[in-house]
Design a protein around this ligand. Structure first.
Ligand code: IPM
Ligand code: MG
Length: 357
């Protein structure tokens, strides 16, 4: 089966890390194991530079026509003073909304070789394997009304709306329960039901959905407690499902348990498993262009893409195993550098993964 993938490097280190990830796909194509066409297009600040907006029409059209999207990172200091609707982040949010990518899977896995890179004690994080399922196209990120109003006295009020329809909660619940079934069969729904009505509804829908999954043990946790428990004893979690904003925050916290945000891939899926794949880190303007960014999160995002959207689980396994062997050999980008290891740059790391493949 021939597949089309839209490649969106974006800004900052996005360009460097995507180049390494593309080498992996090129390698499989050259081997004849993957019939794939890659189409590169601008997004974020690059979209603004090319077409005057962060999600150019042609980029959205290409994304819609593709089987999957490989996304780098967006943003940079030169774009920070643009009007809100032209900022790079808007390009990413518009892609998520425009393609209905409501299910964001953010695995936090600690590679045994990186135990020392975590800021927590080895016994707290060794063997860590959590899947955070973040709702991605609803909640306070997209709720209306939103804005900043000025009253007669000249005082301004900023406001956003945290809103979820039952159907939106239902569909993310289904994704989370299905994933829990394939893993440890434990699902923790994180909410703020002690304060927010929308969380009360969220909890009700989760409980209703659990009737269809008698084998999955459903628990509930308030988000403040979840933040604490993630740091205290993260291994209590198997699958976590939560709203857009809570998932944004908790997934950054979870990433640090694994040593580096530079290691974590993500998938954002629609109802038909079409998806966008990206590292969870940002465009890191401070190190952009220096050739030191860790490409592994992006390479692991390619593995997720092969598994979830392109139906090549064998190739996904191979890539993940190759990353493991590169770490075994002691190669480290600066973000995961440890004593006794060999420090390498972005390209060397990418080449090392290719060599293992
Ligand atoms: C993420 C990022 C984005 C988000 C930003 C860049 C809009 O932090 O993917 O977690 O808030 O969702
Ligand atoms: Mg985030």
């Amino acid at each position: 089966m021939s597949v089309n993938v839209a490649v969106m490097p974006g800004d900052g280190i996005g360009i460097e890390i995507i180049a390494e990830a593309v080498k992996v796909l090129d390698y499989y194509r050259a081997q004849g194991r993957l019939d794939i066409t890659l189409n590169e297009c601008p997004v974020g600040g690059a979209g603004y530079d090319a077409a005057g907006k962060p999600l150019p029409d042609e980029t959205l059209a290409l994304a819609k026509a593709s089987d999957a999207i490989l996304f780098g990172a967006i943003g940079g200091p030169q774009y920070e003073n643009l009007p809100r609707e032209l900022r790079p982040e808007r390009g990413l949010l518009a892609l998520r909304a425009g393609l209905d990518l409501f299910a964001n899977l953010r695995p936090a896995i600690l590679y045994p070789q990186l135990v020392a890179a975590s800021s927590l004690k080895p016994e707290v994080v060794a063997g860590l394997d959590i899947m955070i399922v973040r709702e991605l196209t609803g909640g306070i990120y997209f709720g209306q009304p939103r804005g900043i109003n000025t009253d007669a006295s000249g005082e301004r009020t900023g406001f956003n709306t945290l809103v979820y329809k039952e159907s939106e909660i239902e569909r993310i619940a289904k994704v989370a329960f299905d994933i829990a079934m394939k893993r440890g069969k434990r699902l923790c729904s994180v909410d703020k039901a002690n304060v927010l009505e929308v969380s009360e509804l969220w909890r009700e829908v989760m409980i209703k959905k659990s009737e269809a999954y008698p084998d999955v043990e459903l628990s509930h946790m308030y988000v403040d407690n979840a933040a604490m428990q993630l740091i205290k004893w993260p291994k209590q979690f198997d699958v976590v499902v939560t709203k857009n904003l809570f998932g944004d925050i908790l997934s950054d916290a979870a990433s640090m348990l694994t040593g580096s945000i530079g290691m974590l891939p993500s998938a954002s899926l629609d109802a038909n498993s079409k998806g966008m794949y990206e590292p969870i880190h940002g465009s890191a303007p401070d190190i952009a262009g220096k050739g030191v960014a860790n490409p592994l999160a992006t390479i692991l995002s390619v593995a997720m893409m092969l598994r979830y959207s392109l139906r090549h689980p064998q190739l996904a396994d191979e890539i993940e195993a190759a990353v493991g062997r590169v770490l075994d050999k002691g190669l480290r980008t600066p973000d995961i550098m440890a004593e006794g290891c060999k420090q390498v740059g972005t390209v060397e790391m990418g080449e090392a993964v290719l060599a293992e493949l």
